[in-house]
Design a protein around this ligand. Structure first.
Ligand code: NOJ
Length: 534
């Protein structure tokens, strides 16, 4: 085996921390780095290898931290650069690697570069870091292209000149507070090389690449097919000027050289929501990014045939590049699995959802490659679907005039202990920045810790057992692709059986681990999984 075959990230379990909602160390109602540092032993105790910290940089929080004003510092609400350095040291001492978020498709509109660009004249070097264009139509009153924003509406916002008259337009793939950088500008590319080196020099073990598919725009900014511009559906887009254009790969090749020049084994993971596994495989060619999130798996329906074909397509498409697959059930952008998998016919059944989410966790952890766990999924938290409207902060809610409630429901601060909000999330005067449900007292870390049948203890046991088979290459299916039972082996070290059919199925003997506390008749009930670990 080569060094690359043995690299830690090829089979790592990585825990996503959304810092604002993880744990509050200073009592202001928002999570922070002190809260993370204090709870690192909890993360290490889950049995993961690394953590990915969602943006911790200075930000006006127009998009939950994905609107950065300084890529080389820490937002005061989260702490200081010294806290980040302490976090890295403490994590490393516990055997945990740390990935940070690299958000450079866009900046905040409060970034000094954008403020300079707004103050500068059309055609100036300051404006060349972003996409400023004249509008179309009478008096430039129409956007320069028909491009749409991921969060609703046009991807262009018009500026106002210093004398108060309407000026040029600027491009924002996401919210208007997130102007897109123009990656054809050498000054942008050189500065971001410096950002990579800044964090590598501080000891980070990798980068999660935000909005990787949006980063390059074709010269001349052509209009998209108007038929495609009705809704933000990048998973259906091919040959779309806003998304997954060939130019993105030049950026990743450049970053790979920076990272390969640095000692150590850092990893990159692309957030690339693209049409199919073949398109995704382009991001992980040997001289580009190391890994990519597998959104096809994350969004797959709870259906054995669908899941089996997603697994096969993923592995087949990655085989030429040799990159490992990654598997995840959710993130800070997704509906929690308990809710997503419990939805049938427009109604959410949390009992069904939790049962399926437990089985889905065993399926996910059994697959070859890396896995990601989003904070709180290890507690079996459901999406909070009844947040009061005044509490909603996701720009999606505002930009769609309330038609979409957005992603706040998976970002509610974690419950750690006690029977009532704030469940140990904070011990200061500040209320949690999003209200927690009154029904979480059985779902705190404290409550689940002492319950052998809890989701928390299932995750801990599964992640512990996973270390015994995770470097076994590939998988071999038993049964037929149309079966409603998924049954596969990882060499002699694991057999995983998941029953997605309507009736219980026979098992070859008592499993090492069940997704539900053992079935009395020794059969595998619907929506449960079993592992045999050799
Ligand atoms: C993906 C991030 O995960 C999401 O939270 C954010 O809104 C967009 N990229 C824009 O940065």
């Amino acid at each position: 085996m080569s060094t690359q075959d043995l690299a830690w990230w090829r089979h790592a379990a990585i825990y996503e921390i959304y810092p604002r909602s993880f744990a509050d160390g200073n009592g202001d109602g928002e999570g922070d780095l002190r809260g993370v540092i204090d709870r690192l032993p909890y993360v290490a105790g889950l049995g993961v290898d690394a953590l990915w910290i969602a943006p911790w940089y200075p930000s006006p929080m127009a998009d939950g931290g994905y609107d950065v004003t300084d890529h080389r510092d820490i937002d005061p609400r989260f702490g200081t650069l010294a806290d980040a350095e302490e976090l890295l040291d403490r994590a490393h001492a516990l055997g945990l690697r740390v990935l940070v978020d690299l958000v450079v498709n866009h900046t905040s509109e409060q970034h000094p570069w954008f403020r300079q660009a707004l103050a500068a004249a059309p055609g100036s070097p300051a404006r060349a870091r972003y996409f400023f264009r004249d509008g179309r139509g009478p008096e430039g009153g129409e956007p320069p292209t028909n491009w749409i924003s991921a969060f609703g509406g046009s991807a262009w916002t018009r500026t106002t000149d210093p004398d108060g008259s309407p000026g040029q337009w600027y491009l924002h793939t996401f919210a208007p507070e997130q102007p897109d950088l123009d990656w054809s500008s050498p000054r942008v590319a050189e500065d971001v090389d410096g950002v990579l080196r800044f964090w590598l020099d501080r000891g980070v073990d990798g980068f999660r690449v935000d909005a990787a598919s949006a980063m390059a725009k074709p010269a001349g900014l052509p209009d998209a097919d108007p038929a495609l511009q009705v809704a933000w559906t990048p998973r259906e887009w091919a040959d779309h000027p806003q998304w997954d254009t060939d130019g993105v790969h030049d950026i990743f090749r450049r970053w790979r050289r920076v990272i390969d020049d640095h000692p150590g084994e850092q990893v990159t993971v692309a957030e690339a929501v693209v049409k199919d596994p073949e398109r995704l495989a382009r991001y992980v060619r040997p001289d580009e990014l190391h890994t990519a999130f597998n959104f096809t798996f994350m969004h797959a329906s709870w259906d054995a045939t669908v899941l089996r074909s997603v697994v096969d397509d993923t592995l087949a498409s990655l085989a030429p590049s040799g990159a490992p697959a990654t598997w995840a059930l959710s993130s800070h952008d997704e509906v929690r699995p308990v809710t997503r998998l419990g939805r049938t016919g427009g109604i959410t059944d949390p009992v069904l959802g939790r049962r399926r989410a437990r089985a889905a966790a065993l399926l996910t952890f059994a697959l070859p490659g890396g896995v990601y766990v989003y904070q709180g999924d290890e507690l079996g938290l459901a999406e909070v679907e009844d947040l009061p409207e005044h509490a909603l902060q996701d720009p999606v809610y505002r930009r769609t005039a309330g038609r979409a409630r957005g992603r706040d429901g998976c970002r509610v601060p974690l419950p750690w202990s006690g029977h009532h909000p704030p469940y140990g999330f904070t011990d200061g005067p500040g209320a949690p920045w999003l209200p927690q449900p009154a029904t979480w007292s059985d779902l705190t870390v404290e409550a689940e810790d002492g319950d052998p049948g809890s989701v928390l203890n299932l995750y801990r046991e599964a992640l512990r057992l996973r270390r015994g088979f995770r470097d076994e290459p590939g998988l071999v299916w038993a049964g037929d692709p149309s079966d409603r039972v998924l049954d596969f082996r990882r060499g002699d070290r694991l057999r995983c059986v998941v029953n997605l059919g309507p009736t219980p199925v026979d098992l070859p003997g008592p499993p090492t681990l069940w997704s539900e506390p053992g079935s009395p008749d020794g059969r595998l009930p619907t929506d449960t999984a079993a592992w045999y670990v050799g």
